[in-house]
Design a protein around this ligand. Structure first.
Ligand SMILES: Nc1ncnc2c1ncn2[C@@H]1O[C@H](COP(=O)(O)OP(=O)(O)OP(=O)(O)O)[C@@H](O)[C@H]1O
Length: 353
């Protein structure tokens, strides 16, 4: 006989509301994060990402709603657990290091306060310093480190503490590009290896796509879409999400059966969104264009008005009547050239307005 025991989610936010002045910053927000999941919170500036993170951490008081960590209420009408008892790791943009302690002491201090055995503390500190490549700096004080190194100490300190949930608010924004990529991979690999549930706020969509099991796209205090990076990329829930992802071209128009008519002119394309009728927006991903010679359906002519070399391709901006379509193209095209390309119907997603 098999038994199935389902553990409660790592995090559950139900109907969370937060007003700041007369502004609704969290608007009946619901979010459920599974154990061990890495979730990114993305959204326009001011959409409420930091406020949500701080409410989960216990640093912001919601006006109503409930928050559960590992199935236990930490915020509800009946129970209010203070921040220091929520077993949450926080990495915000400010490093919050102890200035009078060395790097290693910054890591071990919190573990000593938890009365952990010294050999376990040493093991954790050495490991965290090793993976964050801070081993050679362990004896320095924060004032003797660069900003990036200080942020890595903050990350190492959290990793050594092994919280059940780790909340990260733009943790890599102060690092240079090469280090940022390396540290991001290391950080996420370690978070996954330790089975830590992580919620990661970033402005960088590519970073969010790269690190997350699922992405929550926030819009004005609610979550517009919560899905895997691939689902969001392939099937954005609405025009806001598609626009937010960046890089997509959005053409306004209307649908008539399986045909999409662009508002700006004579463009008529067969699409793959049978459920959409009336006004809509066609989503064109940069990689959707095909040379017209090999793809006879949904042909489009347009003038190249910009071309930027991207390494593997050229990113063209093509003017089609009054619309602009961005495409990744295999060959260099001169500005002013009129090119013909196709958008295969199975790549033409139309979203309702
Ligand atoms: N103390 C405060 N008093 C009044 N309004 C505030 C306060 N803190 C934040 N806000 C407002 O709440 C909204 C949400 O802010 P929040 O910092 O959560 O957004 P965010 O999505 O994290 O933005 P960003 O990406 O710019 O960091 C913003 O409109 C902000 O101006």
């Amino acid at each position: 006989m098999t038994s199935s025991i389902s553990l409660p989610s790592a995090l559950q936010c139900c109907n969370l509301v937060k007003m700041l002045g007369d502004k609704t910053v969290l608007a009946s927000l619901d979010l459920v994060v599974a154990r061990g999941e890495v979730v990114s919170l993305v959204g326009a500036s001011g959409s409420g990402k930091t406020t949500l993170l701080r409410a989960i951490a216990g640093l912001v008081t919601p006006d109503s709603g409930e928050i559960y960590l590992m199935g236990d209420p930490v915020w509800s009408k009946r129970r209010r657990v203070p921040a220091e008892h929520r077993q949450i790791g926080l990495i915000f943009q400010d490093y919050a290091l102890w200035p009078h302690m060395t790097v290693a002491q910054n890591l071990s201090f919190g573990l000593e306060a938890r009365h952990m055995k010294s050999d376990e503390i040493k093991r954790r500190v050495d490991h965290a310093l090793d993976v964050t490549r801070l081993g050679s700096l362990r004896g320095r004080r924060p004032s003797q480190l660069s900003g990036g190194q200080q942020q890595r100490v903050a990350i190492a300190r959290c990793l050594a503490a092994r919280p059940q949930i780790l909340l990260l608010d733009e943790p890599l924004s102060n690092l240079d590009a090469a280090l940022r990529d390396d540290l991001r991979s290391e950080m996420v690999r370690l978070i996954r290896a330790e089975g830590i549930t992580a919620i990661y706020v970033t402005h960088d969509q590519a970073e969010a796509m790269a690190v997350s099991d699922r992405l929550a796209v926030m819009d004005r205090g609610t979550i517009a879409q919560f899905a895997t990076p691939q689902e969001i990329y392939e099937a954005p829930a609405n025009a806001f999400v598609a626009q937010f992802l960046g890089g997509f071209s959005l053409l306004k128009g209307w649908t008539e059966k399986d045909a999409f008519h662009a508002e700006g002119g004579t463009l008529k394309l067969r699409h793959r969104s049978p459920g959409v009728s009336g006004d809509g927006v066609l989503v064109v991903r940069p990689e959707d264009g095909r040379p017209a010679a090999s793809h006879p359906e949904n042909r489009i002519c347009g003038e190249v008005i910009d071309s930027a070399y991207q390494g593997r391709c050229w990113r063209l901006m093509i003017k089609v009547s009054t619309d602009i379509i961005r495409l990744d193209w295999p060959t260099r095209e001169n500005l002013g050239t009129v090119i013909e390309f196709s958008l295969p119907p199975d790549r033409c997603t139309v979203l309702s307005n």
